[in-house]
Design a protein around this ligand. Structure first.
Ligand SMILES: CCN(CC)CCN(C[C@]12C[C@](c3ccc(C(F)(F)F)cc3)(C1)C2)C(=O)Cn1c(SCc2ccc(F)cc2)nc(=O)c2c1C=CC2
Length: 402
C-alpha cells in the first residue's frame, strides 16, 4: 500500500493496562455546538477497526492553508506521507472500566485538530482516563466542520447524488478552515477572542460529558456505532483536568480561570501570547508546564512565571532535545532526516520524549486529582529528576522580565 518507506513508523501503542477505544461526538447542528473525539478504556475486541489518523481529505487542505502551501500538491504529499496511518485505538469499541474514570479535556494547537494528539490521549485512556479531545471552531484549527440542516431549496434538489460523505440525509457538512492573520492585522485581539472561545468549548465538552454521565439521552449528529448509554455513571465528575498543546496550553489557563470543576491543568509547550495578564491572579488550581527545549523564549517563559505561587502548586519541566512538534503525532510519522528537516523531531527519540511527558503528566494528575493508582512512582519527573529532563527551563529570563 502507499505510505511510509520505513516500516517501524507509526504512532506508538499505549502502555497502560486497558485497551483503548475511540469515537466521535458532535452535538447539534451549529458551529456553536461541541465536537470532540473521545478516547476511553474499552473491552478487548479484535473485530473493531483502527480508524484513519486523518478522518478526511479536507483536513489536509486545511493543513496546506495553515502551512501556506499549495492545496492540491500538498494533499497528494500528505496523503502519500500520512494517509495510511492508523490511530492506536479501536473505533467505537464497547466501553468498559471497573469503577469511575477520571476525565481529561484536551485542547489542540494552532493549525491542528482533534485527532493529532492520539499518542497522548490514547495513553491516558489506557491508564483508565476518559479523554475528550475537542475540535475548536474558532478558526484556529486547520479545518473543522459542522452539520447544518438543508435549506428548502437544497431539499428541493432532494435527489442530488448521495453526498459521498456519511452525512445524514437532510444535513449538509459545512467546513470551517484555518483563518490566517490578515496582512497588517494585530495578532492579540484575534488570539484573545479565540482563546476565550476555546475555553468555552472545553467547558461545553465537559458539560456534555456530565450529561452523558447522568444518563441524559444524547443526540449525536454523527452516525457512529458507539452506544453512549454505556457511559452512564462511568465518569468521576470530581476528578477532572484540562490539558493542551501550545495555543491549547493557553486554553488550559483560560479554562482553569473560568471553570473550577477543572481541578488542575497541564500545559504542553504553552503559547502564552493570547492570554490577558489580568486573569493570572484568578487562576487558583495547580498547573504543570511541560516545555520543549527549542520552542520557548524569555518573554513566553516570563509570562508562565507570573503564575508562580507559593501556595498553589505550579511546576515546570523541560524535556531535553525536544521541539514544539515533539508533542503532536507527526513526530512519529516521518523518517529521521525529514523529521529533523521539518522540525517535527528533535534530537531525543520521540517515543522517549512522549513517554517522559506522559508519565510526568500521570504523576501530576494522581497528585491533584487524588487518584489511588501507582502513578506516584513517577513523582521525581515532576521535579525534573531524570537525565532527559531539566527542572524549570533552559531559557534565561532576565530578572526584570519576571
Ligand atoms: C507558516 C505557518 N505559521 C502559522 C502561524 C507557523 C506554523 N507553525 C510551525 C509548524 C506547524 C508545522 C508543521 C505541521 C505539520 C507538518 C507536517 F508536514 F507534518 F504535516 C509540518 C510542519 C508548521 C510546524 C506553528 O504555528 C507552530 N505552532 C503550533 S503547531 C500545532 C500543530 C499544527 C498542525 C499540525 F499538523 C500539528 C501541530 N501550534 C500553536 O498553537 C502555535 C504555534 C506557534 C505559535 C502557537
Amino acid at each position: 500500500a502507499m505510505g511510509n518507506t520505513c516500516s517501524n513508523l507509526g504512532i506508538p501503542p499505549a502502555k497502560g493496562p486497558h485497551p483503548v477505544g475511540c469515537t466521535d461526538f458532535m452535538m447539534d447542528h451549529t458551529e456553536k455546538g461541541s465536537f470532540f473525539r473521545l478516547y476511553y478504556p474499552c473491552q478487548e475486541s479484535e473485530k473493531a477497526e483502527k480508524p484513519d489518523w486523518v478522518p478526511c481529505r479536507e483536513y489536509f487542505n486545511g493543513l496546506a492553508d495553515f502551512m501556506k502551501i499549495n492545496r492540491s500538491l500538498s494533499e497528494r504529499i500528505f496523503n502519500y506521507l500520512f494517509g495510511s496511518f492508523k490511530i492506536p485505538a479501536y473505533m467505537d469499541a464497547p466501553f468498559r472500566c471497573n469503577g469511575k474514570c477520571p476525565v481529561v479535556i484536551f485542547s489542540h494547537g494552532l493549525g491542528a485538530f482533534r485527532t493529532l494528539y492520539s499518542a497522548i490521549c490514547a495513553e491516558l485512556a489506557s491508564q483508565g482516563f476518559i479523554v475528550a479531545s475537542v475540535e475548536h471552531r474558532d478558526q484556529s484549527a486547520s479545518a473543522t466542520y459542522y452539520f447544518r440542516e438543508k435549506t428548502e431549496s437544497e431539499k428541493a434538489k432532494g435527489n442530488s447524488p448521495k453526498t459521498p460523505d456519511s452525512s445524514p440525509d437532510d444535513m449538509v457538512r459545512e467546513w470551517i478552515y484555518y483563518r490566517a492573520l490578515q496582512h497588517g492585522e494585530s495578532e492579540f485581539p484575534l488570539r484573545n477572542k479565540q482563546v476565550k472561545q476555546r475555553a468555552d468549548e472545553c467547558i461545553l465538552a465537559l458539560d456534555k460529558l456530565a450529561e452523558i454521565n447522568s444518563g441524559t439521552p444524547m443526540q449525536n449528529v454523527l452516525q457512529t456505532q458507539f452506544d453512549w448509554t454505556t457511559l452512564e455513571n462511568s465518569m468521576d465528575m470530581c476528578r477532572i483536568a484540562v490539558m493542551g498543546h501550545s495555543f491549547g496550553g493557553a486554553t488550559v489557563i483560560e479554562a482553569l480561570c473560568k471553570e473550577v470543576k477543572f481541578k488542575c491543568g497541564i500545559a504542553l509547550d504553552a503559547w502564552m501570547h493570547p492570554l490577558d495578564d489580568e486573569i493570572f491572579p484568578r487562576v487558583k488550581q495547580p498547573i504543570f508546564f511541560i516545555n520543549s527545549e527549542k520552542f520557548q523564549w524569555a518573554g513566553n517563559i516570563s509570562r508562565m512565571k507570573k503564575l508562580d505561587s507559593a501556595v498553589i502548586q505550579r511546576k515546570m519541566i523541560t524535556i531535553r532535545g525536544t521541539v514544539h512538534q515533539s508533542f503532536p503525532d507527526f513526530t512519529f510519522l516521518t523518517g529521521n532526516w525529514i523529521g529533523k528537516l521539518m522540525k517535527l523531531k528533535g534530537e531525543i527519540d520521540p517515543e522517549l520524549a512522549i513517554d517522559l511527558s506522559n508519565k510526568a503528566s500521570l504523576a501530576f494528575l494522581q497528585r491533584h486529582l487524588g487518584l489511588e493508582r501507582n502513578f506516584n512512582q513517577w513523582d521525581p519527573l515532576i521535579d525534573g529528576e531524570d537525565t532527559n529532563l531539566i527542572q524549570g527551563t533552559n531559557v534565561t529570563v532576565l530578572q526584570s522580565a519576571i
